[in-house]
Write a protein that binds this ligand. Structure first.
Ligand SMILES: Cc1cc2nc3c(=O)[nH]c(=O)nc-3n(C[C@H](O)[C@H](O)[C@H](O)COP(=O)(O)OP(=O)(O)OC[C@H]3O[C@@H](n4cnc5c(N)ncnc54)[C@H](O)[C@@H]3O)c2cc1C
Length: 448
C-alpha cells in the first residue's frame, strides 16, 4: 500500500479526532489508531438504566468556542443546550449561592468580607491586563507572568482570605490542584472562563462529540494499539497490534496524541526540548464518583466548589441532573464528586465502598445523609487527568510551542498546550492537523 498522502493518527481522543477531521476536510487520508474499543479517550460516558454517567470529562464550558463549533459542524446542534453555572461555595458550613451571570449580585454576597471584595478588584485588574495573553495560539504572554504560584501571588497581593476562599477554590475546583504549586497563570485562565458563566450539555452525554466526529471519518481502527512510530526520513513507519498480530504500515506523516508517557514509549526518537518537556509532564490524578439517587436533592446549585478551609479533600460537586438534559430518569438525581489530587493518589486502589463512604461524608453538610438513596454509582479512577500546571510550566509550554517544527513528519498534540482540557486538546489537534495539511500541500506542489 502506498504511503503517499496517508497520515497516521495515534489516539482517538478529542485531539486525535480533531487532527483527523482537519486532514480529511483538506483532502488528506487520516488513519486513526485507538488502543481502546471506543473513541473519546478521557471523554467517556457510561449509560445504564436511564442514568448517563460522564466518568471522564464532566463539562463543556461556555468559553469552549472551538468545541462548540465542532459540535454544530458534526450535527449535534439540536442536542446542545446551555445551562447556567449557578454555583454554591461553603463558608463556615453554610452554602453561599453565587449567580455568576449577575455579577452585581456578587457584591452583596457574605461569602467574603467587604475588605476582601475591595482587594478582589486588584485580581480582576491583573486578569484584565493579561486577558489577551490567555489564548491557545501563543503562550508567551502568560509565560512572562509565570513567576508565582497561586499561593505566593495571593499572599503578596490579595491576603489570606482571598487565597483560601477564592484563589484556592478556583484552582482546586476545575483542576483538583493545590495553590501551593499551581501557577498564577492557571488562576487567570480559570477566572477568564468564569466570564462565560454557562455550560453546554449534550443530551446524549459528553462522549456524543467524539462519537459524532469519529462517525465522519473514513478509517478509525479501534482496539488497535500502536507499539512503535519511526520517522524513517522520507516516510513514517507505524507498528500496531491488530487482532493479536503485530503489523507495520507506512505513512507520509503521523500525529501522536496520547498522554506523554505513552508517547515517550511508542516514539523513542522523540528528542530535543520536546523530549524534556514530555518527560517533565506529570498529571493530576482523579477519583470521581458519580452517584445515582432515588430522589432529586432540593439544593438548586449546578455545582459546589469548596475552599480547603471548609473541605480539605473535597474540591467540589457537579449536579449532573442540572448540568445537562437526559442524565437520569425524571425524579431521580445524579451527583458527581471530585477530590484533591493528593487524596486521589492515596486512594487510587481503595475499594469502592471505602471511596463512596468517604465522599458521602464530605458532601453530607450540603445534601444530608444520602446513603439510603443510592440506587447505582460509577467511579472514574484516572491516573492521568490533565497535566499539572505548576509554576514554571507556562514557560515550558511557550518554549515547546515555539520550538515545534511544522515540517517534522511526526507531530505531537493533546492537552499539552497553554491550558489543558477538552478545548485545549481539540485546538492542539486541529493545529497539528493543519501542519500536516501544509506538508501534504508542499509535497504535492513539488511533484507538480
Ligand atoms: C475525570 C476527568 C474529568 C475531566 N473534566 C474535564 C472537564 O470538565 N472539562 C474539560 O475541558 N476537560 C476535562 N478533563 C480533561 C479532558 O478530558 C482532557 O484534557 C482531554 O479529553 C484530552 O484529550 P486528548 O485527545 O488530548 O487525550 P485523550 O483523551 O487521553 O486521548 C488519547 C487517546 O490515545 C489512546 N492511546 C493511548 N495509547 C495508545 C496507543 N499506544 N495506541 C493507540 N491509541 C492510544 C487512548 O486510549 C486515548 O483514547 C477531564 C479529564 C478527566 C479524566
Amino acid at each position: 500500500m502506498t504511503f503517499e498522502g496517508r497520515t497516521a493518527i495515534v489516539g482517538a481522543g478529542i485531539a486525535g479526532l480533531g487532527a483527523a477531521r482537519r486532514i480529511q476536510q483538506s483532502g488528506g487520508t487520516p488513519v486513526v489508531f485507538e488502543a481502546e474499543d471506543r473513541v473519546g479517550g478521557r471523554i467517556k460516558t457510561i449509560r445504564r438504566d436511564g442514568f448517563v454517567f460522564d466518568v471522564g470529562a464532566f463539562i463543556y464550558l461556555g468559553s469552549y468556542a472551538e468545541a462548540t463549533h465542532e459540535m454544530r459542524d458534526v450535527g449535534l446542534g439540536p442536542q446542545m443546550h446551555k445551562f447556567d453555572a449557578f454555583g454554591a461555595m461553603p463558608r463556615g458550613g453554610e452554602l453561599n449561592f453565587l449567580d455568576l451571570s449577575k455579577p452585581l449580585s456578587l457584591l452583596r454576597t457574605r461569602y467574603v468580607s467587604g475588605r476582601a471584595k475591595l482587594k478582589l478588584a486588584k485580581l480582576l485588574f491583573f486578569l484584565a491586563r493579561h486577558w489577551k495573553d490567555l489564548n491557545y495560539a501563543d503562550a508567551s504572554g502568560v509565560a512572562a507572568i509565570d513567576t508565582d504560584t497561586v499561593t505566593s501571588y495571593s499572599r503578596r497581593e490579595l491576603g489570606e482570605e482571598l487565597l483560601d476562599y477564592v484563589a484556592a477554590v478556583v484552582v482546586r475546583g476545575p483542576w483538583l490542584s493545590d495553590p501551593s504549586y499551581a501557577s498564577v497563570g492557571q488562576l487567570l485562565w480559570t477566572l477568564k472562563n468564569f466570564f462565560k458563566p454557562y455550560f453546554y450539555g449534550l443530551d446524549d452525554g459528553m462522549d456524543a462529540l467524539p462519537r459524532a466526529m469519529a462517525a465522519r471519518l473514513s478509517d478509525v481502527r479501534l482496539a488497535t494499539p500502536v507499539t512503535n512510530v519511526t520517522d524513517a526520513g522520507d516516510r513514517v513507519e507505524v507498528t500496531f497490534v491488530e487482532s493479536g498480530r503485530e503489523r507495520t504500515e507506512e505513512f507520509a506523516n503521523a500525529v501522536i496524541t496520547t498522554t506523554t508517557g505513552a508517547a515517550l514509549r511508542i516514539y523513542p526518537q522523540l528528542s530535543g526540548f520536546a523530549r524534556e518537556y514530555y518527560e517533565n509532564t506529570d498529571y493530576i490524578c482523579s477519583i470521581n464518583c458519580h452517584i445515582a439517587l432515588s430522589q432529586r436533592p432540593s439544593n438548586p446549585a449546578t455545582y459546589i466548589m469548596c475552599s480547603p478551609r471548609e473541605q480539605p479533600d473535597l474540591c467540589g460537586v457537579i449536579v449532573d441532573h442540572l448540568k445537562a438534559a437526559n442524565r437520569c430518569p425524571a425524579g431521580n438525581g445524579l451527583l458527581t464528586t471530585f477530590c484533591r489530587h493528593e487524596w486521589c493518589l492515596d486512594n487510587l486502589d481503595s475499594p469502592d465502598d471505602k471511596v463512596i463512604d468517604s465522599v458521602l461524608a464530605f458532601i453530607a453538610p450540603y445534601y444530608g445523609d444520602l446513603s439510603s438513596q443510592i440506587v447505582d454509582y460509577e467511579i472514574g479512577r484516572w491516573r492521568d487527568v490533565v497535566p499539572i500546571m505548576r509554576q514554571g510550566r507556562f514557560r515550558a509550554v511557550d518554549r515547546f510551542m515555539r520550538e515545534t517544527d511544522p515540517t517534522a513528519r511526526v507531530q505531537l498534540a493533546g492537552d499539552i498546550g497553554p491550558i489543558p482540557g477538552v478545548n485545549g486538546a481539540l485546538v492542539s489537534g486541529q493545529a497539528a492537523g493543519d501542519r500536516v495539511v501544509d506538508q501534504l500541500a508542499a509535497t504535492r506542489s513539488v511533484v507538480v
